[in-house]
Design a binder for this molecule. Structure first.
Ligand code: ATP
Length: 598
């Protein structure tokens, strides 16, 4: 029996902003600290469906959890793996010290999100996207104050949250080193996931001390064959002294080794190498070329789900798009510039049955009109002066079997629209200067920031093509309308080297209207991260000056508009001799607004 008064110590909470924020969220969820915890447990069937959905993540995690279990075997704790919603997917360990209700609550199927359980290590690690220990009375619900829990979030290579590894036990089983052990396991799991994510990619694992090779501490860099960095783990960034992944030529001393040297060394079998980093440090490395997709993770790694970070409009888009994948339905993506149209198109392709084939993007606005035709449709040998001797296949043929992404389709010249329509209808293409047609089969995704219906009305866009390309139309919301902006910002910061944003800087970002949408947001954050140097937290002072000027101008404009509207209201009132209803009617606004501004 616990004789200790288990209550939340407000002073202690105020020392930890993360716990304080978690308790505030718990209150906002309408939870009551003193009522019995209401453990939400999924049915066996629902759980099985979820486990199947997370199969890749789950299978990669099991051996890591077993190792962790051996390390903490005598601590009478339970090790838990959850998904990104706090659903327990797997649990192992000793729970004889726990009361019956907690034994049940730590079984697969239980949900430990803050929404249901208030402040707790699993839910709070997910909400805050950081490792955290929640001990005894730090829990929001009294019922959970007999527990001590430590959780570390697991991120995929593109910084999406996959779930947490958690260790929970009776509060007397608390051990200061538990969180560090879980962090090592989390790193090991993230490395395993990274190793299984990319194909046609060069993996370089390395460490300046050879004895760390093969451990969770090794750095991992992933490049495509052109030397662009696809992903890097934290240890790699740390050893490189970099905030974000960099191209091959910036990571390594190019005079010592080129990417082609390394690729030829490891095409067939992994190669053990000694390489030189850009800063002159010699490192032990193993280079591997991965050319096959890893079936285990391909199910879990839904690229569309990665984009689903909590905005309801985006969630609906993803749900609808997922349903039409593989059905040959053309998709039209509309939305402001920088709202993520191309990213969505890529995710659609990567989740589609034709993912292993090409994704070919053509920006109809950036190619000169005279070149679009040959760029898209290709040309035969000697088709025109200056044509390559071997001819050119053109983007449509390159996309055969895969996906053709026509960005800024609204900017395509009318003459080419007719030709494109013919290709789409007849499913065959005749390159310029050729008399031979080639059958083509591909998925089509188009995007535009323009109002295509208006373009049709103005005769700038062919009506028949308009109906041909929009099997399913989805409209991405602009950043200022997104309900998940704080989460997207956190994801972006994570990819930039895990800096945090001060609450003032976050508030500023949430209130700004981001005319350049994600492209502008990313640039601002990346610049701020560089300007912040070694400082862990990004603050307003680190934001670039032009951004601060834009915010100030916005603010001025808002004030100006407010002054103008107040003046208009006052003028209308005096014109209607103080009659508020008449003034409101004349201005077409509500009486309340008139009262507020008079
Ligand atoms: N949901 C998101 N989370 C994080 N970054 C994003 C997201 N959506 C887009 N971005 C980033 O914002 C930038 C612009 O995205 P993208 O090119 O997909 O936009 P777009 O709508 O196609 O722009 P445009 O109309 O100008 O071609 C890219 O760097 C992309 O990685």
């Amino acid at each position: 029996m616990l004789c200790k008064e288990l209550v939340v110590d407000q002073f202690e909470l105020s020392q930890s902003p993360h716990l304080l924020a978690a308790h505030q969220r718990s209150q906002q969820y309408g939870l009551d600290a003193v009522t019995q915890a209401d453990y939400v447990i999924l049915s066996a069937k629902q759980l099985q469906a979820q486990q199947e959905e997370q199969r890749g993540f789950y299978l990669q995690a099991l051996p890591v959890l077993s190792t962790l279990y051996q390390q903490i075997a005598k601590s009478h704790s339970t090790i838990v793996l959850t998904d990104a919603n706090g659903l327990v997917l797997h649990a192992l360990g000793e729970d004889q010290f726990l009361a019956k209700n907690h034994k049940v609550a730590l079984k697969p199927g239980a949900i430990w999100s803050e929404q249901y359980q208030g402040t707790n290590a699993i839910g709070t690690a997910l909400a805050e996207q950081r490792a955290i220990t929640v001990h005894a009375e730090q829990h929001f619900l009294r019922a959970n104050q007999v527990l001590t829990c430590a959780s570390v979030p697991i991120f995929s290579p593109d910084s999406s949250l996959l779930g947490v590894i958690d260790v929970t036990g009776d509060y007397r089983s608390y051990h200061a080193s538990t969180l560090s052990l879980i962090k090592m396991s989390a790193q090991e799991l993230e490395n395993k996931i990274l190793y299984h994510t990319f194909r046609n990619a060069l993996y370089i694992s390395f460490h300046s001390r050879a004895e760390f090779m093969g451990t969770a501490m090794e750095g991992i860099l992933v490049f495509d064959v052109d030397g662009h960095c696809l992903a890097a783990n934290q240890s790699a960034l740390f050893q490189l002294g970099a905030a974000a992944p960099m191209p091959f030529v910036h990571c390594f001393d190019a005079r010592q080794q080129s990417i082609n040297d390394i690729l030829s060394a490891c095409r067939v079998n992994p190669a053990q190498l000694t390489l030189t980093l850009h800063n002159g440090m010699r490192i032990a490395a193993i280079a591997r070329f991965a050319n096959t997709p890893q079936a285990t993770l391909s199910k879990r790694f839904s690229h569309l789900n990665y984009l689903n970070t909590g905005d309801s409009q985006v969630a609906r888009i993803i749900e609808r798009v997922s349903k039409v994948l593989g059905h040959g339905i053309p998709i039209l993506i509309t939305g402001e510039t920088g709202s993520g149209k191309e990213l969505l198109a890529q995710a659609i392709h990567k989740d589609s049955p034709q993912a292993s084939k090409n994704f070919v993007a053509v920006n109809c606005a950036s190619i000169p009109e005279s070149l679009i035709e040959s760029e898209l449709f290709g040309y035969a040998e000697g088709a025109f002066t200056g044509a390559k001797r071997s001819g050119n296949h053109g983007k449509i043929i390159q996309a055969h079997g895969g996906t053709l992404f026509l960005d800024e389709i609204g900017d395509m010249p009318l003459a080419l629209q007719a030709r494109l329509l013919r290709v789409l209808q007849e499913r065959e293409i005749t390159p310029l200067g050729s008399d031979r047609s080639i059958a083509i089969d591909m998925a089509l995704i188009c995007a535009t920031h323009r109002d295509l219906a208006a373009q049709v009305a103005q005769g700038l866009f062919r009506e028949d093509l308009y109906y041909r390309i929009q099997g399913l139309t989805v409209k991405l919301p602009p950043v200022r309308e997104r309900g998940d902006l704080a989460i997207v910002i956190r994801k972006m910061l994570h990819s930039l080297g895990q800096k945090e944003l001060s609450s003032a800087a976050l508030a500023l970002c949430l209130n700004y209207d981001w005319p350049g949408n994600f492209r502008q947001l990313y640039t601002v954050l990346r610049t701020a991260a560089v300007l912040a140097g070694d400082e862990k937290q990004l603050d307003i002072a680190h934001f670039p000056d032009d951004f601060i000027d834009a915010i100030a101008a916005n603010h001025q404009q808002a004030k100006h508009l407010h002054t103008l509207s107040t003046q208009a209201i006052q003028a209308a009132i005096s014109e209607h001799h103080g009659n508020i209803s008449a003034a409101a009617r004349a201005l077409g606004i509500s009486r309340n607004t008139v009262y507020r501004n008079k």
